[in-house]
Design a protein around this ligand. Structure first.
Ligand SMILES: Nc1ncnc2c1ncn2[C@@H]1O[C@H](COP(=O)(O)OP(=O)(O)OP(=O)(O)O)[C@@H](O)[C@H]1O
Ligand SMILES: [Mg+2]
Length: 371
């Protein structure tokens, strides 16, 4: 018998639904083995948390789990990041370096957004899965590695296979143990416990007295459909507490946040023409960024006028001055797209008209990670 209370506390994964209980049981079954697991679910459902739990319940728990986001590494260096390289393998390879496959030796390698792995590397990754051998770039002999793989995707890989963007053989290999994590809207009974947990954690972390929440507010959260899943719920609770002054969260507190963040609509954004030179595409990106900021300011202004709120009621510190630089404008546009999409990077990249990879690069550059 699994002690769900103990599991929740140990891994910080909270749930009440039957479907999650069954999933946690599957996790207990597969964790002790070396079987490759594929976690499938929308953004923000808790894939990374579950990967940590699988690792934590495995005999490798005292070794490290390395997380690699396949969508975040620039395409040109992803092979050498994963496989490593010998000195002199390419211009700039001034010394021999181990890749993640070797660095995770003895432990677990979590490959997030596996659907973003470029096709030629999918073949090579499949070979590593089958042989547990790695060939560094520029090397002549293979190196044995002892790694447990956990992969994750928010893309439907069967669709990707049909579109010839994901290799069928790798897909069949990965889907042997596929754990599907349902979106929050399909397991709304978790909402009360998650709300309680996020309130307590946030208040403790920030040294503020425990905040209460009204039954109406809780009902309101139960009715919302949470496109950004648990991450969106967590972010909303944290914003609501940060903006709240009364020590009790009401429906109004959440209306402000959920209205502001769900107003993003792809249709309203200017199209981008991709067959232009990089320079003109960048220029267009900046124009659009400025356009977005202007639109956001207008929306906030509208919102304030309609509801007769003072601006400090909503956003404690807003700078309404002109953006300091193009770089600053770019950062603001990215921030705003991330907030609008509740940190769903795929949607944010679509909104901005840039590739997911570029978005990851910018997030890192501007230090805009959500968690
Ligand atoms: N059941 C849960 N209990 C407590 N916190 C949770 C739960 N599920 C998710 N979270 C929290 O929600 C946030 C998102 O979770 P996580 O990063 O694991 O999602 P993900 O599925 O990997 O998302 P993405 O596809 O965007 O990478 C994290 O802050 C995580 O701690
Ligand atoms: Mg993740």
């Amino acid at each position: 018998m699994i002690d769900h209370n103990e599991f929740q506390k140990r891994f910080g994964i909270f749930y009440r639904s039957q479907i999650m209980k069954e999933m946690v049981e599957v996790i207990h079954q597969v964790a002790p083995t070396d079987i490759t697991v594929l976690l499938y679910g929308e953004s923000g459902v808790g894939k990374e948390l579950l990967a940590r739990a699988i690792h934590g319940l495995s005999p490798r728990a005292n070794k490290k789990m390395i997380s690699v986001n396949c969508g975040a590494i620039p395409e040109g260096i992803i092979e050498s990041e994963l496989f490593g390289h010998q000195k002199g393998a390419f211009t700039g390879a001034v010394e021999t370096r181990k890749g993640y496959f070797e660095l995770a030796d003895g432990g677990t390698l979590f490959l997030d957004e596996i659907g973003e792995l470029p096709l030629p590397l999918q073949v090579k990754f499949l070979r590593v899965l089958e042989t547990k051998e790695v060939l560094r770039l520029g090397a002549e002999t293979v190196i044995k590695v002892d790694v447990r793989f956990i992969t994750a995707t928010n893309k439907n890989l069967a669709d990707e296979v049909a579109k010839k963007r994901f290799r069928e053989d790798l897909y069949y290999r990965l889907r042997t143990v596929m754990i599907e994590i349902p979106p929050l809207r399909k397991r709304k009974e978790e909402i009360p416990i998650l709300v309680g947990k996020f309130i307590t954690d946030f208040c403790e972390r920030n040294n503020i007295p425990q905040v209460e929440i009204t039954q109406d507010a809780l009902n309101f959260l139960m009715d919302y459909n949470w496109p950004g899943n648990v991450r969106e719920l967590k972010n909303s609770i944290e914003s609501a507490i940060a903006l709240n002054k009364k020590g009790i969260l009401t429906v109004e507190d959440f209306k402000k946040i959920l209205v502001l963040t769900s107003s993003g609509d792809g249709q309203k954004f200017l199209p981008i023409h991709l067959n232009k030179s990089v320079e003109s595409a960048e220029r267009e990106f900046i124009y659009r960024a400025l356009f977005e900021i202007k639109k956001d300011l207008m929306e906030i202004k509208d919102f304030l006028i309609n509801r007769q709120h003072k601006i400090e009621d909503i956003i404690p510190e807003v700078t309404l001055s002109e953006p300091a630089s193009i770089r600053e404008a770019e950062k603001e546009a990215i921030k705003s797209a991330l907030i609008k999409t509740n940190f769903d990077k795929k949607k944010a990249a679509e909104l901005l008209g840039i590739s997911l990879r570029t978005l990851y690069r910018k997030i890192k550059e501007f230090n805009l990670e959500s968690d």
